[in-house]
Design a binder for this molecule. Structure first.
Ligand code: SF4
Length: 168
C-alpha cells in the first residue's frame, strides 16, 4: 500500500504557529489514516521551532531567507525541517504528499510574499519546494480528489507490475 506524507496540522495536531490545527474531514483521508498509510509531520516543529511561535514568511528564495514578523531569522529551522521531511518521505517510500496550502513551509502552489500583509505569490513553501525538487508530487487540502486519483493510479500500476511478475 502506498504511503502518503501529510502535514500534521491537517490531521488535527495542534502544531500551527498559533497552537491550532487545520483538521480536514474527508472519508478517504480518515480511511488511509486508519490503514496506517499516512506519515504525519510538521516541518517547522521538526526543524526545532516551538509551538506556538511567531508567524514567519519567506523573504527571499535565492538565497533563502525566512523571518518572523519581528525579523528573527528562522532560515536554519525551515531548512532543517525541509531536509528532515524529505528524508522521512524517502525512508517511508511515500509516493506523494498532502501538505497545507499557502504555508511558508508546506504550501505547494503559493505562499505569502514576505510582507505579512496576506499577499500570495506563486512560489511553494520551503518543504514543499524540497519535495517537488526531489520528484515527489505534492497536493494540498483543496486538491484531495486529484490526490486520490493519483494514489489509485499508482496502486493500479503496482498491481499490474505484480501480475506481470507472477506470469513471468
Ligand atoms: Fe502545518 Fe506545515 Fe505549518 Fe506545520 S509547517 S503547522 S505541518 S502547515
Amino acid at each position: 500500500m502506498e504511503k502518503i506524507l501529510v502535514s500534521a496540522c491537517l490531521l488535527g495536531a495542534e502544531v500551527r504557529y498559533d497552537g491550532n490545527h487545520n483538521l480536514i474531514d474527508h472519508p478517504v483521508i480518515a480511511r488511509w489514516k486508519q490503514e496506517g498509510r499516512l506519515v504525519a509531520l510538521c516541518p517547522e516543529v521538526l526543524g526545532g521551532l516551538p509551538t506556538p511561535r511567531p508567524p514567519a514568511e519567506v523573504q527571499s528564495r535565492f538565497p533563502l531567507l525566512v523571518t518572523s514578523r519581528d525579523g528573527e531569522d528562522f532560515t536554519p529551522e525551515f531548512l532543517s525541517g525541509a531536509e528532515q521531511a524529505s528524508d522521512i518521505a524517502r525512508k517511508h517510500g511515500c509516493c506523494c504528499a498532502l501538505l497545507k496550502a499557502r504555508s511558508p513551509s508546506c504550501g505547494n502552489r503559493s505562499s505569502y510574499d514576505g510582507s505579512f500583509t496576506g499577499r500570495l505569490i506563486s512560489s511553494p513553501g520551503v518543504t514543499a519546494h524540497e519535495l517537488i525538487r526531489e520528484g515527489t508530487p505534492v497536493f494540498n487540502e483543496e486538491e484531495i480528489d486529484d490526490l486520490i486519483n493519483f494514489v489509485e493510479s499508482q496502486e493500479r500500476q503496482l498491481e499490474a507490475e505484480h501480475r506481470a511478475l507472477d506470469y513471468a
